[in-house]
Design a protein around this ligand. Structure first.
Ligand SMILES: Nc1ncnc2c1ncn2[C@@H]1O[C@H](COP(=O)(O)OP(=O)(O)OP(=O)(O)O)[C@@H](O)[C@H]1O
Ligand SMILES: [Mg+2]
Length: 314
């Protein structure tokens, strides 16, 4: 039976680790955390980490839109704003959360208190905005993040993880732990170079990682696919990895002019070409990941377990 109860934060271990400084204690805790308390087998959502390398490629726009579309396709979907310290998904989904990941990872609120319903379908685990300390999560906070996102995965069919730009340790860890990495990039050299850098960085740590590419802000039809062909060829030649292609989204001023705090465009103007392209991408995503939805995983293979394993590498 699926455990749908929200896990209240467990007290952290207070056992003394004699003779070790803070660095040593951190490593000791990680090693111990990797070994103890393997959770039982459970049913978990498929997790999709939306990443880019370069900032501003449209990750949050795509992640929120896909979360809405997947929910409308009948998948119970939650989106987690993993842009630690610079979150904005609540604005793109038209909600005003009272609590965020900041209270969750510091143990001041439970998952149920922080999780936010949206009128367009998916639940949102909102991030904090303008909070510097969230940009540098301590090891213990990262552990709580992994555990709570793992608990959320147990309740959902699909988890969309909207990452920040760059390759900070929490961003890399989230990519390593996700089932699929959805790279949102653009057909311009700086964005493609950074997308390739993400592939290279992740493959070094997890050789069997799976990447799916979305080309956003495409100025002429077909340019996205051309750029994708170059990107996948470079990845194949240099790191021996093939990438999957989900499709392109046109550059459309109505996206950037859409007012924050309103419902997303895929809800208010689903007939727009960009929204149709997003719907086609959601359909392909579901087909590529088939059977799309929750799967039974052994405890250590769940989201939390994968975070624990990969934390040892970072
Ligand atoms: N297809 C598009 N056409 C026009 N504008 C777009 C498109 N996609 C995204 N934008 C705009 O680009 C800007 C950046 O988008 P978004 O915030 O989604 O990027 P991001 O990758 O999440 O950025 P960050 O790295 O800061 O998290 C926003 O103003 C957004 O409206
Ligand atoms: Mg973003």
């Amino acid at each position: 039976m699926v455990d749908r109860a929200a896990g209240a934060p467990r007290p952290a271990s207070t056992a003394p680790v004699g003779g070790l400084g803070p660095r040593g204690r951190g490593l000791f805790d990680r090693l111990l955390g990797g070994l103890r308390g393997t959770p039982a087998a459970r049913t978990e959502a498929i997790s999709l980490a939306v990443a880019s390398g370069k900032g501003g490629t449209g990750k949050s726009f795509v992640a929120t839109s896909l979360a809405v579309l997947l929910h409308r396709r009948g998948q119970r979907t939650a989106i987690v704003d993993c842009d630690f310290g610079l979150a904005c998904d609540h604005l793109l989904l038209g909600v005003k959360p009272q609590l965020t990941l900041q209270q969750l990872v510091s143990g001041k609120a439970t998952l149920d208190q922080v999780l936010c319903a949206t009128s367009c379908g998916p639940r949102l685990l909102p991030g904090a905005s303008g909070v510097r300390k969230m940009a540098a999560l301590a090891d213990k906070e990262l552990g709580v993040f992994a555990r709570e996102v793992g608990a959320l995965a147990v309740r959902e069919d699909a988890l969309v993880l909207d990452l920040g730009a760059g390759i900070s340790p929490p961003t890399v860890l989230t990519m390593l732990a996700a089932d699929q990495i959805v790279l949102v990039t653009q057909p311009e050299i700086a964005a493609l170079v950074d997308a390739y850098a993400i592939v290279k960085c992740i493959v070094q740590l997890r050789p069997n990682a799976r990447f799916l590419v979305i080309m956003n802000r495409v100025l002429a039809p077909g340019r996205g696919e051309q750029a994708f062909e170059k990107l996948t060829e470079v990845a194949r030649q240099h790191v021996g990895v093939g990438l999957g292609y989900l499709g392109e989204i046109a550059d459309d001023a109505r996206v950037s002019q859409h007012r924050l705090g309103q419902l997303p465009l895929v809800v208010t103007e689903p007939e727009l070409p960009v929204c149709q392209q997003l719907a086609a991408i959601a359909e392909r995503l579901a087909a590529v990941c088939a059977p799309f939805g929750p799967r039974t995983v052994a405890g250590e293979q769940g989201f939390e377990g994968r975070c624990k394993q990969h934390r040892l590498l970072l």
